[in-house]
Design a protein around this ligand. Structure first.
Ligand SMILES: [Zn+2]
Ligand SMILES: [Zn+2]
Length: 202
């Protein structure tokens, strides 16, 4: 019974993942940035090619670098995480895409970011489970969803990894990342201190 349950749950997840893609293929939608009709997701191929991808980054805090070496800040104060990955530098038009995703629920970007992350993660990182960064309950109420969990759900499908959205809990409500002027390493540290491991209740 349990195995049957798990199987049907997995089928539902697969369908939930495939249906929006199929819809997009059948009915092209305007590219979020330039308005040209596209069948490949929220951005057309030209706008995708123009995104400021980070080719080299510090492996610990993911700040852009000339080569994939550990940055000076991480050498001086090593952060708690063993790896970080960034897809793009946070600048126009990436900031607009992220705002559309986070504040206007443009979930096409969850699929796009998960696709791109899956390609980066697949090669380099042996992973056991996916844990999305939790949102404070106030933000969940305001926003209606956790953007990190939306990406993790899709990544879980791509990488065939279990998703564990409940093992971390947000203990403090922090300002929006976009409003922080701190360095990336400080933002990561802020995020670490605001999330704690949920106690097991047996
Ligand atoms: Zn475009
Ligand atoms: Zn670094």
């Amino acid at each position: 019974m349990m195995a049957k349950h798990l199987r049907s749950d997995s089928v539902v997840r697969q369908l939930a993942h495939l249906v929006p893609r199929l819809y997009n293929k059948l009915l092209p939608v305007p590219c979020f940035l330039c308005g040209v009709e596209t069948a490949d997701g929220p951005l057309c191929p030209d706008c995708m090619a123009d995104l400021p991808e980070i080719s080299h980054q510090c492996p610990l805090c993911a700040i852009p670098m000339q080569s994939d070496t550990i940055c000076g800040d991480c050498l001086k104060n090593p952060p708690p995480q063993q790896k970080s990955i960034s897809l793009f530098t946070y600048q126009e038009p990436v900031d607009r895409c992220i705002s559309a995703f986070k504040y206007h629920r443009h979930l096409g970007f969850a699929s796009l970011f998960a696709d791109l992350l899956a390609k980066k993660v697949q090669h380099d990182y042996p992973l056991a489970t996916l844990v999305p960064v939790p949102l404070h309950p106030i933000k969940i109420r305001l926003r209606g969803f956790n953007q990190s969990q939306e990406i993790a759900k899709r990544l879980s499908h791509h990488l065939s990894l279990p998703l564990n959205p409940h093992c971390l809990v947000r203990s403090r409500n922090t300002p929006a990342q976009s409003q922080l002027t701190a360095k990336r390493a400080d933002k990561i540290s802020e995020m670490h201190s605001a999330a704690t491991v949920r106690r097991q209740t047996a």
